[in-house]
Design a protein around this ligand. Structure first.
Ligand code: SF4
Length: 1004
């Protein structure tokens, strides 16, 4: 008897070992991690519920033999393989076979388990494991029974067994859930049991819960609770205690139990100081329990999803295992040999292109295809790299490939085409109906070689259109194909910067001596997708409903009765037993109360789909919660929709929707914060999309357009959601006191006086304050940019009202948010007045602006100005706008409206832009970029500023507020003069010139 899940996985990823979490087992090393589907527990807080609750084997899409997994781990430089994501005790046969294959080639194995297994199975299971992280989810039977469906005693037996009767290294994890298992008495009893039963050297991880699955109404664990558990455990006598899912270096580091020195420093999964010699404290020689190499690994905190291809034939065994990524380079790097780009005729490129189309088409139909025969002699051509790119119009639909050791073209093309079609981690899998609308490009690449120059001379070596680039620096690596630079019309500098950005490095780091820049040649061929004749008939056939009318009605009844149960306090039915569960792209629920606009909820996963029943259950919970708050009785009309066969049509500014049939497809728009869905068979496709986009204030140029086959109980459906504004919040408490400026009044005032005093002492001629039209100040911490800001503030005759316009650095709240606050607090005793009346006037008269306190809750761009204003003009009133995004047309319209409002005010406020300049280039490059942006500001050219920042990759965070204010001044027809008061970079304070931020203060 073989389990259906044997040899199949939900995906493979290389993680830091600290993520398991294991802190005493080969620190810093990468671990190849994978899981299957299902679980033997039913935790209501499961954070992997889409995997653990899946009833479908199809959810586990990757097939890999045990030996292929072990060899992939070895090739990627992993020291171990982890059985995780769902509990490996339910797929122990597959885990143990993989463990055997790992041990044969010297790899270790790790189990991440809830430890709920019987006495006899324990022995088998742990015989294959070198390390285990075992969940001790709580210390009451009540918790285990009610929230997991399991029993505590079996878990305690497993922990005892693993620690005392096996050689397996064991660490424990306790996920602390507010109000469920965070009672200090319970924690104390748990710690006592650990000490008594398994000893003080078993590491314990207290990790933070995030609302998930069926416990979305429970708040996340506070940092204070984690700290409390940590302190209790240390005081109780446990030697190795850690907190997880937060940043907390002191409580994530390891301390020597003998000399108390910090011997392994950690920030989340990233190692810092490492003071061990093998496994001994360098300070006192104490031997640390666990498994330690001579030196720690350097994998860092990154996660690297990978695909594993099965070994295909003995003759190609050494090259058939393709574990590749378009952006990261693996351990195959050291096997690269010089392989020039092959010389190919046009007809040969066309033949490869045609085969790539066949492979993509086969992939979207879940078929396998060998194109060796149709490629003929090209099949055995060795290529160093190949990428397949799919686009719809200008919208990327997938781009995957490999670059490394020379590989047979047929195999590399098959791997690249399949991954592009189905597994590009950035986007939804391609569907058959999209194929006729796509363009496919193939890029055939030569071996990478060092660029052979340093500094700016590197730019001379790059020929745009001919060369691709690969850049590496420590754990960061990025690659862009020659075709990308050609299409974007970049120059060499822009190309180098773009690859740095892709690698997660600051632009300009290609100049650093620590950065490796490599060139590779490439040829490409692009043409419309070649579709074979049976796709059209397949498309028509496949657009039949996924869920039939009877099933829809059963689901509707289930949702309605659950809603009634939730509203009345009765127990809902977790599953609709008469309906088969399945994975779908999304589900939507609409409730129409008699007099109101319909309210609705949607879950959509454009990449992997979601389990239908549990997702509908969650929507029902959300609906019940909303109805409870609004005193709804639940007697509104319910409509639900099951969404499948998602098609990505492009962005709001560039999309194609030819194949959409409004009679069975819904149109969906999403921009990260807002979504809307419209299903209306009576509309034309154009009206459908117009209605969908009009439902919310979507971000222009940043909104994805999808359609989905919509099986609905209603003839029409139109729901949407977006951030809702918090318009009433009298007091704005300090958010960055203690970090951007001293929290204590006396310390803050002392620092402000010190800065102002130093500026005064450096004056050659005395400065007197004067009225100005507008100003710009930086907004870093006072120790970095305070002097630059203060130099502007002290020159201005400050009026009663000050309007500060800052970029919105957080994702929260409305995009253009006006502060509704009556009062701004620096501390309990230091406050400043707001002007809610001016805020109201701005929100009412400026299109796109809304009163919203949420956007201001964590925003530092305004708050960091207050210490100076509190000192220089304590009676002034603060109004603030936090801005994120916006098109030129929207900025212009808003600026004209604000100009009109300002002109009509008897005493208009001083308008102040809060902005830093470029971020994180080296000092000289940062200064060069800043000067380009400052030249545009000096020319009072708002559009030039935006264009220059875009073209030169200048990360001036306040470019939108700055352009907005310049447009407003133009609309007010005020004659302005630019005056640059001060400029500096963070290096002027820190001395570190390798990575700086620019600061400028200006008067207009
Ligand atoms: S044991 Fe883990 S994977 Fe299984 S249901 Fe509980 S939390 Fe989810």
């Amino acid at each position: 008897m073989v389990l259906e899940t044997y040899g199949r996985s939900t995906g493979f990823c290389i993680d830091p070992i600290e993520k398991k979490p294991l802190n005493h087992f080969l620190p810093g090393t990468p671990v190849l991690s994978f899981g299957t589907a299902g679980c033997n527990l039913g935790c209501k807080f499961c954070q992997n519920w889409d995997i653990s609750k899946s009833r479908e084997v199809s959810r586990i899409s990757e097939i890999a033999a045990a030996s292929d997994i072990a060899h992939a781990a070895l090739q990627w430089g992993c020291r171990s393989v982890a059985f995780t994501y769902n509990d490996p005790v339910i797929w122990a046969e597959y885990a143990l076979d993989t463990a055997k294959a790992c041990h044969e080639i010297g790899l270790r194995t790790v189990a991440v388990t809830a430890g709920y297994l019987t006495e006899t199975s324990r022995q088998d299971f742990f015989s294959g494991m070198d390390a285990a992280n075992i969940d001790l989810k709580a210390f009451t039977e009540d918790f285990y029974y009610k929230l997991t469906g399991a029993h505590l005693s079996a878990v305690l037996d497993t922990i005892r067994y693993a620690v005392h009767e096996t050689d397996c290294w064991v660490e424990l994890t306790n996920l602390i859930i507010p109000e469920a298992n965070d009672d200090p008495d319970e924690l104390k009893r748990m710690m006592g049991w650990i000490l008594d039963e398994v000893g003080c050297d078993v590491p314990v991880h207290f990790t933070a819960f995030h609302p998930d699955f069926r416990m979305r109404d429970v708040p996340a664990t506070s940092h204070e609770t984690l700290a409390m558990a940590y302190d209790m455990a240390r005081q109780a006598g446990l030697n190795f205690v850690y907190v997880g899912n937060v940043h907390d270096v002191p409580r994530q580091s390891t301390y020597c139990p003998s000399c108390q020195k910090r011997i392994i420093e950690r920030d989340w999964h990233q190692l810092g100081i490492y003071d061990l010699q093998q496994d001994r404290c360098r300070n006192c020689g104490y031997r640390l329990p666990g498994l330690f190499d001579a030196a720690p690994g350097d994998w860092g905190r990154r996660r690297q999803p990978i695909s594993i291809r099965p070994t295909q034939s003995p003759t190609h065994e050494s090259m058939a295992l393709q574990v590749t990524s378009p952006t990261r380079t693996g351990p195959n790097m050291n096997r690269e040999i010089d392989n020039p780009i092959p010389s190919l005729q046009r007809n040969q490129l066309e033949s490869i292109h045609r085969s790539a189309c066949h492979l993509v088409e086969a992939a979207v139909h879940n078929q396998s295809l060998d194109v060796s025969q149709e490629l003929g002699t090209l099949a055995d051509l060795l290529v160093a790299g190949i990428f397949v790119t799919l686009k719809r119009g200008n919208t990327l639909r997938g781009c995957c490939g490999m670059l490394g050791r020379p590989t047979r073209l047929a195999g590399a093309l098959a791997d690249s085409a399949t991954r592009t079609a189905l597994h590009d981690p950035r986007m939804a899998p391609v569907t058959a109906t999209e194929l006729p609308h796509l363009t496919l490009s193939i890029s055939i690449l030569g071996s990478p070689r060092p660029i052979g120059m340093s500094g700016d001379d590197q730019m001379r070596m790059i020929e745009i259109g001919k060369h691709g680039l690969r850049i590496r620096n420590n754990n960061n690596a990025g690659l862009l194909l020659p075709i990308v630079a050609k299409e974007r019309v970049w120059n060499a500098r822009q190309f180098l910067d773009a690859v740095c950005t892709k690698a997660g490095l600051p632009p300009g780091s290609w100049r650093s001596e620590e950065t490796t820049v490599e060139l590779f040649d490439g040829i490409d061929h692009s043409a419309p997708f070649h579709v074979t004749s049976d796709v059209t008939s397949d498309r028509i056939e496949r657009e039949s409903p996924v869920v039939d009318a009877t099933t829809l009605q059963q689901l509707n009844l289930w949702v309605q009765s659950n809603l009634d149960a939730m509203l009345s306090g009765a127990t809902p039915m977790y599953y609709a037993t008469d309906v088969d569960d399945m994975t779908v792209a999304g589900v939507a629920l609409q409730i129409s109360m008699d007099s109101n606009h319909p309210t609705g909820w949607m879950h959509l996963n454009v990449k992997e789909g979601i389990p239908m029943q549990s997702s509908l259950f969650q929507l029902t919970q959300a609906a019940a919660s909303t109805l409870k708050q609004t005193n709804g009785e639940g007697q509104g009309r319910i409509a639900l929709a099951i969404l499948s066969r998602l098609i990505h049509h492009g962005m709001d500014t560039d999309f194609e929707v030819q194949e959409v049939q409004p009679n069975n497809r819904a149109m969906i728009a999403m921009d990260g914060k807002r979504w809307s869905i419209t299903f209306n068979p009576s509309l034309s496709v154009n009206d459908l999309i117009t209605t969908t986009l009009a439902a919310e204030h979507f971000r222009a140029g940043g909104t994805m357009i999808y359609s989905a086959l919509c099986d609905s109980t209603a003839t029409q459906l139109a729901i949407s959601a977006g951030p809702s504004a918090l318009t009433h919040a009298p007091v704005r408490p300090p958010a960055v006191a203690g970090s951007f400026y001293p929290a204590k009044d006396t310390d803050r005032e002392h620092l402000v006086d010190q800065i102002l005093g130093e500026l005064k002492n450096s004056e050659k001629t005395p400065i007197t304050s004067r009225p100005v039209n507008a100003a710009m100040v930086p907004h870093a911490g006072l120790q970095y940019s305070g002097r630059i800001s203060a130099d502007v503030w002290r020159r201005i005759e400050l009026p009663q009202d000050i309007l500060i316009i800052s970029p919105k650095h957080t994702p929260h709240g409305i995009d253009w948010a006006v502060s509704p606050h009556e009062q701004w607090n620096l501390s309990e005793s230091s406050t400043m007045q707001g002007n809610p009346e001016l805020a109201r006037q701005i929100a009412e008269s400026v299109p796109g602006m809304e009163m919203d306190a949420v956007a201001h809750q964590r925003e530092h761009g305004i708050e960091v100005q207050l210490p100076f204003l509190h000192r220089l003009a304590p009676a002034s009133r603060i109004t603030a706008i936090a801005m994120s995004g916006g098109t030129v047309a929207e900025l212009r319209t808003a600026a004209q409206s604000l100009a009109k409002l300002m002109t009509g005010l008897a005493t208009p406020p001083l308008v102040v832009i809060s902005s830093d300049m470029n971020h994180f280039a080296d000092d000289s490059e940062n200064r060069r970029r800043d000067r380009l942006a400052l030249d545009e500001l000096a020319a009072l050219n708002p559009l030039g500023l935006l264009e220059t920042c875009e073209k030169e990759n200048i990360s001036m965070c306040g470019k939108i507020p700055a352009a907005f204010v310049l447009l407003m001044l133009q609309a007010m027809k005020i004659e302005c003069h630019y005056e640059e008061i001060a400029y500096a970079t963070s290096a002027d304070v820190s001395g570190d010139r390798s990575r700086v931020v620019g600061y400028a203060s200006l008067l207009f």
